[in-house]
Design a protein around this ligand. Structure first.
Ligand SMILES: [Zn+2]
Ligand SMILES: [Zn+2]
Length: 387
């Protein structure tokens, strides 16, 4: 079965919404115009409930089916843009300097609005669909903010599904995988304390620069020597700050960086080993280390049954050959992970064609993907909640 005819008919209208959102990007939780636009559309479609202000600027619409009682299934899109100066050259480029929709969240929001419009017209399912529009995916944890505001309990959501566009995969193709699909992203700061002194008399000081250098090297042994080569961990030191003069050994050096893992147990052991290595190496050098480890987005973990189900839906929409169940896990992170910790579900990828990469200033969401995204959502609703 090809994409739904109705979804193809809607493409132009939905692309219009998408380009409007693209021209007016907003960051993190400050998606005031975007969430107002979403809420106004959901009301105009006749959603049974439209609630704003969940997770500060998140919006939820409830669409009841007309085939009787049943569970509530959540579909999620993200609304926020990025602090990037747009260089796409498209006619609908950002009107705000320094902000752009470089991750395609304008497309995600528009496709879910398109699906909401269709579902509110047809209501060919039992139970309800909750369309969830979240702020602050790009580093602000907007999904978690909505969950903490009672998203799941308030609307009785029993399953959640999410979708992201994927540059480099042809339009009309879909992919996902069971289990870990995106990484956990953590941050660390290591403050190394030495004792300052004259650079010409190193024996009278404790040199934190030398200790920091050895800590940077030793941290690489976590990935290279301590982790099963078939499992994935990234430890990257991205900042070294210390010292102000050519002739002074400083008092301290600060290292910072990021850790990416695909398995919860590896996340735990990597945090432990960073603490041990930083402290142990510093102590061996006569210095002292203080480690602050901050856990960011968890692993995006696709639940087995819901992923199988999502794969069936994608095959229905795009055909057997256009769907891969072996999407290679990415070491980037995604805050839909919090929703998948709260409820079973699956996160899938829809082809964006041969475009610039996500977070690149030349990127633009591909409007040709719109009918596929809408068809996925509508078919998922009508199948998951078939009478
Ligand atoms: Zn992004
Ligand atoms: Zn994104």
């Amino acid at each position: 079965m090809p994409v739904l005819n109705r979804a193809s008919e809607m493409q132009e209208e939905v692309a219009g919404w998408r380009r409007h959102l693209h021209q007016n990007p907003e960051l993190l939780y400050d998606v005031f115009q975007t969430s107002a636009f979403v809420a106004e559309k959901l009301k105009s479609f006749g959603c049974d409930v439209v609630e704003t202000g969940i997770g500060r600027t998140g919006v939820v619409g409830i669409i009841k089916g007309n085939k009787g009682e049943g569970p509530v299934v959540g579909f999620r899109a993200d609304m926020d843009a990025l602090p990037i100066e747009e260089a796409s050259g498209v006619a609908w480029a950002s009107k705000t300097h320094g902000k752009m929709h470089a991750c395609g969240h304008d497309g995600h929001t528009s496709m879910l609005l398109g699906a909401a419009k269709h579902l509110a017209e047809t209501r060919n399912f039992r139970g309800s669909i909750a369309v969830i529009f979240q702020p602050a995916e790009e580093g602000g944890g907007g999904a978690l903010a909505m969950i903490k505001d009672g998203l799941m309990e308030k609307f009785g959501i029993s399953q959640v599904y999410g979708m992201h566009n994927h540059p480099g995969m042809a339009v009309g193709q879909f992919a996902t995988r069971k289990g870990s699909v995106m990484a956990a992203a953590d941050q660390f700061d290591i403050q190394i304390y030495g004792r300052s002194g004259h650079a010409a008399q190193p024996h009278k000081s404790i040199d934190p620069v030398l200790a920091a250098a050895q800590v940077v090297v030793a941290l690489q042994s976590i990935a290279a020597r301590e982790t099963d080569p078939l499992k994935s961990v990234v430890v990257t030191v991205t900042k070294i700050h210390g010292g102000d003069a050519y002739n002074v050994i400083p008092d301290g050096v600060k290292l910072s960086g990021t850790v990416r893992t695909l398995l919860p147990e590896l996340r735990d052991t990597t945090e432990t080993r960073i603490r041990e290595i930083a402290s142990g190496i510093s102590m061996a050098m006569g210095a002292r280390a203080e480690v602050n480890y901050h856990r960011g987005y968890p692993v995006t973990f696709n639940h087995a049954d819901e992923t199988e189900f999502a794969l069936d839906i994608m095959r229905k929409v795009a055909g057997e050959k256009a769907v891969s169940d072996e999407f290679p896990p990415a070491m980037g992170a995604e805050d839909f992970s919090y929703m998948l910790e709260a409820r079973p579900g699956a996160f899938v990828f829809v082809g964006n064609g041969d475009t610039a990469n996500l977070h690149n200033s030349a990127y633009d969401f591909n409007d040709e993907a719109i009918p596929y995204g809408i068809s996925y959502w509508v078919t998922l609703a009508e199948t998951a909640l078939a009478a």
